[in-house]
Ligand binder design. Structure first.
Ligand SMILES: Cc1cc2nc3c(=O)[nH]c(=O)nc-3n(C[C@H](O)[C@H](O)[C@H](O)COP(=O)(O)OP(=O)(O)OC[C@H]3O[C@@H](n4cnc5c(N)ncnc54)[C@H](O)[C@@H]3O)c2cc1C
Ligand code: FES
Length: 276
């Protein structure tokens, strides 16, 4: 299980950031982790329901304080588990497993462009923390469909460009159209920048195609459906293009998002077979 530990942690704060997004801060032991950007934790959201599966969440932030550490998640209540999570209050106990998975791998000598779609902004926060010393000129593109998913990104080391599909704030359009603008105005170039992204699968698919068309390195953090979260059930199998040697199944067609990912090179995914 990647050396991950099963942990009992305490809620410090569970705060609404927008009508659709919350932030959960939890206190963890000071020697936990440290997690790498793009890794995730499996949270027991429904402890009172027998046989319920833990739910995966990207690690949004990890902070070591004097005698403790804090783990932050940014999440949307979309079903039973996450709605139960939204009821957690300071002092409540939560069980989780992690850190799990393979995170983002920095591309050398390229300025990072971090692209978050909706709740997919979560891992970009921690990634920006890790990049800012080496690449002070990085940028974050935060794309949302509507203003209910938008919140102010405070405490990030990079400038943030917002794109809203309903035109309620920032650039009017999606993040691909924003990337088009940045390319045309030469604010980003294929030999100077690398893309790192998390968001809904249709966005990641379009972004990976865009990056391949224009010659940008591009890594994406996939949100597939998970079962176990550590390589046993094959519930998270992701189809990959032929020629990829490192596959998890004996036929060489799939990788497991929970142990081989959730971060993959965008051009290695066989997007036609990914659930959208
Ligand atoms: C590696 C990884 C990282 C993730 N990080 C975050 C995060 O930082 N913040 C966040 O809000 N969510 C994140 N998710 C998605 C999150 O795990 C699901 O929203 C959650 O499991 C839903 O649980 P539920 O019981 O509330 O909903 P369910 O009742 O299980 O499902 C409600 C709806 O959400 C859909 N759904 C369930 N799981 C997923 C999934 N994995 N991807 C897309 N749709 C799903 C279902 O099809 C259904 O339509 C991540 C998923 C993965 C795989
Ligand atoms: S979720 Fe079970 S193998 Fe990946």
């Amino acid at each position: 299980m990647n050396g991950a530990q099963n942990l009992l942690v305490r809620v410090v704060e569970n705060r609404r950031l927008t009508s659709e997004i919350l932030q959960l801060r939890m206190e963890v032991a000071p020697d936990w982790g440290p997690p790498a950007p793009g890794q995730f934790v499996q949270v027991e959201c429904l402890p009172d329901r027998p046989f319920s599966l833990r739910r995966p969440f990207s690690i949004a932030r990890f902070r070591r304080l004097e005698d403790r550490a804090e783990l932050h998640l940014v999440y949307a209540p979309v079903g039973d588990g996450t709605r139960e999570m939204a009821r957690l209050a300071p002092g409540d106990a939560v069980t989780l497993v992690g850190p799990l998975g393979r995170g983002f791998r920095p591309v050398r000598d390229r300025v990072p462009v971090l692209v978050g779609g909706g709740r997919g902004i979560a891992p970009m926060l921690m990634l920006s923390d890790s990049f800012h010393r080496e690449h002070p000129k990085g940028m974050i593109l935060f794309g949302v469909r509507r203003s209910g998913q938008l919140y102010e990104l405070t405490d990030v080391p990079f400038p943030v460009r917002i794109a809203t599909e309903d035109g309620s704030a920032g650039f009017h359009g999606n993040v691909i159209q924003l990337l088009d603008e940045l390319l045309v105005t030469r604010k980003i170039t294929p030999d100077g920048h690398a893309l790192y992204a998390c968001g809904p699968n249709p966005m990641l698919h379009a972004l990976s195609d865009w990056a391949a068309r224009h010659g940008f390195p591009c890594q994406v953090s996939l949100e597939t459906l998970f079962g176990c979260g550590f390589g046993i059930c094959a519930g998270c199998a992701v189809p990959v293009r032929s020629g990829d040697e490192e596959t998890s199944d004996e036929f060489g067609r799939y990788r497991f998002a929970c142990i081989d990912g959730p971060v993959f090179e965008g051009d290695r995914i066989d997007w036609e077979g990914v659930r959208e």
